[in-house]
Design a protein around this ligand. Structure first.
Ligand code: URA
Length: 224
């Protein structure tokens, strides 16, 4: 992990993203979209990838889905400028197609560095591509609105705002998920952070999750 100030690391990542040619996604785009928000946010939100408006402005979630994300944040009691918002891929996939595994991989290190620099207690994944970075093989329709401690962060899995935008039922569910799960996750994350269990691992300590406990040694049979 870098010992530089979060803002310096984020500016460095942003500069690299804007000049990035690691995969084909940059071809034909106007702007890389590194992400934006509070460099010391407790809550970080991770979407899928920029769309038309995000590409045009170089900022995440500024189109219709962004408007709904603002409503979702409000339901959770959060202001947009207190969180950090980014995406799994930082250039717009053509015609808003799904990002490919190699594109997600090519962008992965940017996200890793952003997470380490911001050191959020809570990560909110928006949609299945973002969820898959933390939880593999899950279905968003089964685990939306749930949270779980993973790699020293509380990870909350949510529907993508664009998916919920035009479907009244999902819209209501998404608003309710944000209203209930985000404050609950934040409460848990703050408690665990106070115990040193959430947040970047102290220097020299491994960041990987604990191994399961060793099974107890078989008890020796004592005949006497
Ligand atoms: N959808 C996303 O996943 N990210 C954005 O930035 C905008 C729309």
């Amino acid at each position: 992990m870098s010992s530089a100030e979060p803002l310096t690391v984020l500016e460095q990542v942003a500069a690299e993203v804007r000049a990035c040619t690691n995969c084909v996604l940059h071809v034909g785009t106007k702007n890389g979209v590194p992400g934006e928000g509070n460099p010391q946010a407790e809550v970080m939100l991770i979407g899928e990838g920029p769309g038309f408006n995000e590409d045009r402005l170089g900022r995440p979630f500024v189109g219709q889905a962004g408007g709904f994300l603002n409503e979702l944040l409000e339901a959770a009691g959060l202001k947009r400028d207190e969180v950090f918002i980014t995406n799994v891929v930082k250039h717009r996939p053509p015609e808003n197609r799904d990002p490919l595994p190699e594109e997600i991989k090519a962008c992965s290190d940017y996200l890793t560095r952003q997470i380490a620099a911001i050191n959020p207690k809570v990560i909110v994944t928006l949609g299945r591509f973002s969820m898959a970075r933390f939880i593999q093989g899950a279905s968003i329709s089964k685990i939306h609105g749930q949270y779980k401690v993973l790699d020293r962060r509380v990870v909350v899995t949510m529907y993508h705002p664009a998916a919920a935008l035009h479907q009244q039922t999902l819209r209501t569910v998404a608003l309710e998920d944000f209203r209930t799960a985000v404050p609950a996750a934040l409460k848990l994350a703050r408690e665990l952070a106070a115990q040193g269990k959430v947040g970047n691992a102290p220097a020299g300590q491994d960041d990987t999750p604990d191994k399961p406990d060793e099974p107890p040694a078989p008890q020796q049979l004592s005949l006497f």
